[in-house]
Design a protein around this ligand. Structure first.
Ligand code: AN7
Length: 344
């Protein structure tokens, strides 16, 4: 946040609440580049302090809440927003309340919200119900809402686009990312447009957003009452930033489409096999990239940035259930060598 202070709505008086978010790596993927014929870069947001891109926006939202004298913050979340809100609220010594959908929040994310001292409620319903309650709490009680309907969240998250341009020295041709509540695609597009306005790039990339097939309201053009997908982070049926996301796709010559859970799971495994551990929702980026490539919609040599929004350690159950139980051995070198397939 400090690095881009002059491009964020911060004054001298704003107390910056930071855990050193941002500055995440852009990793070149030899294998995805070979597979697609494009030049594929992975913006790995899992290295943020709480393991997801949410920290960029949360740093600013909590900073502004402190500046404006708030004592308590609330949010609805599929998991990552609550983990981030809980951590930054703890840093700022604010009270934090979060509402998550019952039984559909990854264990690592719940652990984070709890360990940082947030009060966690589970609603019998989806994220959309949780957000309805939080909006109404915000209207009736003196609590700050730190979901991405809070404009400071979007402002903070746009720094991802600044980093991409700073690193590549130009805009990518294509930008691929998952879409849930649609705040992040809104933020990236705003960031790219600001880079254009500042004369750093001539035009922004083609924006390609991906929802999960069972939770694809924007693709279908209607609210999904009971969203369903293994990518619980993007299990959202009524996105708050629906219109700005559509505008980003339209104005950039891009699209918002969907990928199936099967495509997401395959992309998750593929990424892990090249050393990059992400959560299911993040793998939707790569499922989308491969879909574009297979449909012949990716130009040879196009420079592509795929945002990997969250760390795989948040939902370790997926990694463990897909593997066999590691065998148990005695303290015996020869046996270990044999079991590891190491020849003399
Ligand atoms: C890993 O935490 O909505 O389209 O409540 O955790 O900006 O919503 C999370 C969303 C993608 C989608 N990847 O971003 C929440 C929440 C991961 C996420 C998204 C989320 P948006």
């Amino acid at each position: 946040m400090e690095e881009y202070r002059d491009r964020l709505p911060m004054s001298e008086a704003t107390p910056v609440v930071t855990l050193r978010e941002g500055g995440t790596p852009l990793i070149f993927s030899e294998r995805l580049s070979e597979r697609t014929g494009a030049e594929v870069w992975l913006k790995y947001e899992g290295t943020n302090p709480t393991g997801s891109f949410k920290d960029r926006g949360m740093s600013l939202a909590i900073s502004k809440a402190v500046e404006e004298g708030a004592r308590a913050v609330i949010c609805a979340s599929t998991g990552n927003t609550s983990a981030s809100a809980a951590a930054y609220a703890a840093k700022a010594a604010l009270t934090c309340g979060v509402i998550v959908p019952r039984g559909k929040t990854a264990s690592g994310k719940l652990a984070q919200a709890l360990v940082h001292g947030a009060t966690v409620l589970q609603v019998d319903g989806s994220f959309d119900a949780a957000l309805r309650i939080c909006r109404s709490l915000h209207e009736r009680y003196p609590v700050e809402l730190v979901n991405s309907v809070n404009p400071y969240r979007i402002e903070g998250q746009k720094t991802g686009a600044f980093e991409v341009v700073d690193f590549l020295g130009r805009a990518p041709d294509v930008h691929v990312m998952p879409v849930g509540n649609a705040g992040n695609i809104t933020a990236y597009w705003q960031g790219y447009q600001e880079e254009v306005a500042a004369g750093r790039i001539r035009r922004g990339p083609v924006m390609r957003g991906y929802q999960a097939a069972g939770a694809a309201p924007i693709v279908r053009g209607e609210v999904v009452a009971e969203p369903s997908t293994i990518a619980t982070a993007i299990r959202i049926g009524h996105p708050a930033s629906w219109q700005p996301a559509l505008a980003a796709a339209r104005d950039s010559g891009g699209s918002i489409r969907s990928v199936t859970d099967r495509q997401i799971l395959q992309a998750y495994r593929r990424l892990a096999r090249e050393g990059v551990f992400v959560e299911m929702a993040s793998a939707a980026s790569i499922a989308g990239l491969l879909d574009l490539s297979d449909a012949g919609e990716l130009a040879k040599g196009a420079r592509v940035v795929c945002v990997l929004t969250g760390h795989g350690l948040k939902e370790p159950d997926w990694a463990i259930s897909g593997a066999s139980q590691p065998p148990i051995i005695r303290d015996d070198t020869a046996v270990a060598a044999q079991m590891l397939g190491i020849e003399p």
